[in-house]
Design a protein around this ligand. Structure first.
Ligand SMILES: Nc1ncnc2c1ncn2[C@@H]1O[C@H](COP(=O)(O)OP(=O)(O)O)[C@@H](O)[C@H]1O
Ligand SMILES: [Mg+2]
Length: 232
């Protein structure tokens, strides 16, 4: 087990009244090491909120979050930031690459402040290997503006992997891609999960993407329900 969410409740208080809007309602979830799960549900159902709670970018009102046997509620802000750097990789709907940097520079951006030459070299080697893995080894000196949306998103996946995370959290990663690029990106995420042993949580509207994951959960009324999908 890598992540255990135990009876998580998250609500927003409407300003000026006592009304609570419950987003996550006594929600529990376990993510096993190496697992891939999809979270589906209508817009506004709390999928991004749930991802933010899993990544400890957002707090919850009650419940516990355990990551690799460590209780995250016991960590301070700095320790949480370290924890995120060491364990998590993020992929969003937009790639958030910097337009003035080329692909390899974008991927290596987190290593700019690193002084240790050996660490820098290792990161460089890893970046090249990963860019090759996603089929972009010939384009590493191109800038995002010269690349397709799918290629930029693949680069964003490489950037998420550069710190060798245990878990990738992806929020609508194919949301701005055309069908073919979305299919490619979905397969890439599965490949990374299977070949590199990185656990994967994907929030998505797309059933095509969700079906590529080992488990699918629907978020509804603040709770998760596992769906069983028959393969066509
Ligand atoms: N900071 C906030 N204050 C109040 N309500 C919020 C805040 N952030 C999100 N919400 C509400 O929580 C609900 C769930 O949002 P979100 O997790 O983004 O849903 P999803 O990702 O499934 O579309 C939405 O109704 C949203 O308006
Ligand atoms: Mg969302």
């Amino acid at each position: 087990m890598i992540v255990k969410l135990d009876k998580i409740t998250k609500y927003y208080q409407n300003s000026g009244s006592n009304d609570k809007r419950i987003i996550l309602d006594d929600l529990s979830l376990e993510i096993e090491k190496g697992e891939s799960i999809a979270i589906v549900g209508p817009s506004g159902s709390g999928k991004s909120t749930l991802l933010n709670v899993i990544s400890s970018l957002d707090t919850c009102n009650s419940g516990n979050m355990i990551f690799d046997a460590q209780d995250l509620s016991k960590l301070n802000e700095k320790e949480l930031a370290n924890f995120r750097n060491q364990n998590l990789g993020f992929v969003f709907q937009s790639h958030h690459l910097l337009p003035q940097l080329n692909l390899i520079e974008n991927v290596l951006l987190p290593f700019i402040p690193v002084k240790d030459k050996k660490l820098k070299k290792q990161a460089e080697k890893r970046a090249l290997e990963l860019l090759d893995f996603v089929g972009l080894s010939k384009q590493i000196h191109q800038r995002p503006g010269q690349m397709s949306g799918g290629e930029c998103q693949r680069t964003a996946v490489v950037r998420a992997l550069i710190h060798q995370p245990n878990l990738i959290l992806a929020d609508e990663p194919t949301g701005s891609l055309d069908k073919k690029s979305a299919e490619q990106l979905g397969n890439l995420l599965v490949d990374i999960n299977e070949k590199q042993g990185v656990s994967l949580v994907v929030v998505t509207h797309s059933m095509d993407l969700a079906k590529k994951m080992k488990k699918i959960y629907q978020l509804e009324d603040g709770r998760l329900k596992q769906l069983t999908i028959e393969n066509e």
